[in-house]
Write a protein of this length. Structure first.
Lengths: 125, 366
C-alpha cells in the first residue's frame, strides 16, 4: 500500500500536505482501496469555516457514504472540481489528482497530533 | 436474527482466500465484494459471475397433501407446477403482510423444495410448522446443503463445458438433477440478476470442490466470483425486491407491484382477504422505481422522499446503477402519486434532489 513519506495522516485515513499556511487534504490509498468504486464526491462550499474534526466532504462508493473530516480548524480556499466529473480520480490517484480540498488553517499546532508515514503504515498494518 | 456470532457458509475459507471483504448479512458472514462491486457487476452483465448462496434456506415439504397445503400457505398456484418446475411466490401472515418471498419447486409429485431468504429461514420454519397438518412433513436441509448462483449471458456455454454439448440445460424456472464427477447437483434455471443463469444446490461437503470447479471451468468465459454488493446493484437495476428493504410484514405483494405472483383465483390462502380488497380498491401505497434526474449523490435506504413538498415516505432500496451511471431506487408512495413520470424529491444530507418515477426495469438488454 502506498504511503508517501512527505505527508501527514489522520486516524480516519485522510492525508494532509502542508503548503505554507494551507493544508491540502485527500484520502489515503488504503482508504480508497477499502471503499473501491468512488461514484460521487460532495465538495465543501468555498469560504466555508470548519472546525477541527468537522465533516467537510463526503466520498460515496456504490455501497456507502463516508465523511471526510477537517484535520484542523480553517477556511475552505480550494476544492477539486475535477472530482465532479470524475470521482474515480480518488481511486486512480488518491495522493495526486484525487485531492479533495485545501484549508487555510489558523493554528498549525492542531496538526501536531497527526501521524507521520511510519506511524500510519503501522496503524493500517 | 440471533445474537450469536454470524454463521459461515462452507465456502467461507474460499472467500477469504479470494480476498473478499466480508460482512454480516442476515446473521451470516458473507462476501460483499472480491475485486470491486462495479467490476463484478459488469462481469455478470457481460460474461458471467458466481455467487455463494449457501446461506439461503432450503426447506423440503413432502407428503400426499403437501401440494394442496402449500397452496393454502403460498400466494402463487402450486397445483400448476409440474414435476421439475418452480416459480416465485410469497409466504404471508394473516393480514397479508410479507413474511418471505421465495421460490418453490416441485421436485417429485408429492415433494417440494422451498428456497428462502437466509434472514427469514427460522421465521418461515416456525410459521410453517405452526400450520403444518397431519400427513405433511417439513424439514430443513439448510445446514447440509450449499448453493451457488451462476449468472450471466455466457452461462449456457459454461453448462456445456461441464456436461457436454449434447446435454440440454434446464429451461427457465425448471430444476433438474445432474451428476458431475460423482457429485449430485440440482440445477435450476433461475436467478436474481436479470441475466440468464443457474442456481445450483448440492450437499455441503462438496462445496469447495464445486466452487473451484466453477471458477476453473468458468475462466474461459470470463466468470468472476461476485459478492452481495454486485448482487444488490444487479437486482435493483431489474427492480427485483429485497426482503427486509422492499418487502416486510408491513407491506403486501399488491402494494409491492408483484400481483403477478398472487393467484386470487385460488379460493383460500393465508392473507387472501387483504390482497383481494387491495387488488379491487387499490392499495394505499405502492412501491415505485425512481431515477435521479442527472448527476448527484446516489439515493440510499431510509433517505426521506418528498412529493409536492410533503414528506411521503423513505427510500426502500437505492444505489448508483453501474450500468446506467445514475442513481436509482425504489420507494413506497401514496397510490394516487405513484404514476410513471411523476416527480419525487429525495433528501440527501439536508438537500433535496429531483427524481422521476420510472417504469420497471431500469436495465434492459440492448
Amino acid at each position: 500500500m502506498n504511503v508517501p513519506d512527505d505527508l501527514l495522516y489522520t486516524e480516519s485515513h485522510e492525508w494532509i500536505k502542508r503548503e505554507g499556511d494551507n493544508i491540502r487534504v485527500g484520502i489515503t490509498d488504503h482508504a480508497q482501496a477499502e471503499l473501491t468504486d468512488v461514484v460521487f464526491v460532495e465538495l465543501p462550499k468555498m469560504d466555508r469555516q470548519v472546525a477541527q474534526k468537522e465533516p467537510t466532504a463526503v466520498v460515496e462508493s456504490v455501497k456507502a457514504a463516508s465523511d471526510i473530516y477537517a484535520p484542523a480548524k480553517g477556511t475552505v480556499v480550494e476544492t477539486n472540481k475535477a472530482l465532479d466529473a470524475n470521482p474515480a480520480l480518488i481511486n486512480t490517484d488518491p495522493f495526486g489528482e484525487g485531492w479533495i480540498f485545501v484549508l487555510k488553517i489558523e493554528d498549525a499546532s492542531q496538526l501536531d497530533g497527526l501521524k507521520d508515514a511510519a506511524a500510519y503504515r503501522e496503524a493500517i498494518g | 436474527m440471533s445474537d450469536s456470532a454470524p454463521k459461515k457458509t462452507p465456502l467461507y475459507e474460499e472467500h477469504v482466500k479470494a480476498g473478499a471483504k466480508l460482512i454480516d448479512f442476515g446473521g451470516w458472514l458473507m462476501p460483499v465484494q472480491y475485486s470491486s462491486i462495479v467490476d463484478e457487476h459488469q462481469a455478470v452483465r457481460k460474461n458471467a459471475g458466481v455467487f455463494d448462496i449457501s446461506h439461503m434456506g432450503q426447506l423440503i415439504v413432502s407428503g400426499e397433501k403437501a401440494g394442496s397445503w402449500l397452496d393454502e400457505m403460498l400466494t402463487n398456484n402450486v397445483a400448476k407446477l409440474g414435476v421439475g418446475q418452480g416459480h416465485y411466490t410469497f409466504l404471508l401472515n394473516d393480514a397479508g403482510g410479507i413474511i418471505d418471498d421465495l421460490i418453490v419447486y416441485r421436485t417429485a409429485p408429492n415433494e417440494f423444495l422451498l428456497v428462502v431468504n437466509a434472514s427469514r429461514t427460522e421465521e418461515d420454519i416456525a410459521w410453517l410448522q405452526k400450520h403444518l397438518p397431519a400427513g405433511v412433513q417439513l424439514r430443513s436441509r439448510s445446514d447440509e446443503y450449499a448453493g451457488l448462483a451462476i449468472q450471466g449471458p455466457h452461462v449456457v456455454e459454461f453448462f456445456h463445458s461441464l456436461f457436454g454439448s449434447d446435454m440440454a440445460p434446464p429451461e427457465r424456472n425448471e430444476i433438474r438433477d445432474f451428476v458431475h464427477d460423482s457429485v449430485p447437483l440440482s440445477i435450476a434455471r433461475t436467478g436474481y440478476t436479470g441475466e440468464d443463469g443457474f442456481e445450483v444446490f448440492f450437499p455441503a461437503e462438496h462445496a469447495v470442490f464445486v466452487w473451484e470447479e466453477v471458477l476453473r471451468k468458468g475462466g474461459p468465459i470470463g466468470l468472476k466470483p461476485c459478492g452481495l454488493g454486485a448482487r444488490d446493484t444487479l437486482r435493483l437495476e431489474m427492480c427485483y425486491p429485497l426482503n427486509g428493504s422492499d418487502l416486510s410484514p408491513e407491506h403486501n405483494p399488491i402494494e409491492a407491484g408483484l400481483g403477478f405472483f398472487v393467484d386470487l383465483k385460488k379460493e383460500k390462502f393465508t392473507g387472501r382477504e387483504k390482497l383481494a380488497s387491495d387488488k379491487e380498491q387499490g392499495p394505499a401505497r405502492k412501491l415505485v422505481p425512481f431515477r435521479m434526474n442527472g448527476k448527484g449523490p446516489p439515493p440510499r435506504p431510509h433517505y426521506a422522499v418528498y412529493q409536492n413538498g410533503e414528506r411521503v415516505g423513505e427510500v426502500a432500496s437505492g444505489t448508483l446503477s453501474p450500468s446506467l451511471s445514475v442513481g436509482i431506487g425504489m420507494a413506497y408512495v401514496p397510490t394516487a402519486q405513484a404514476k410513471i413520470g411523476m416527480p419525487l424529491e429525495i433528501e440527501i444530507r439536508g438537500q433535496k434532489f429531483p427524481a422521476t418515477i420510472e417504469k420497471k426495469p431500469f436495465y434492459k438488454k440492448s
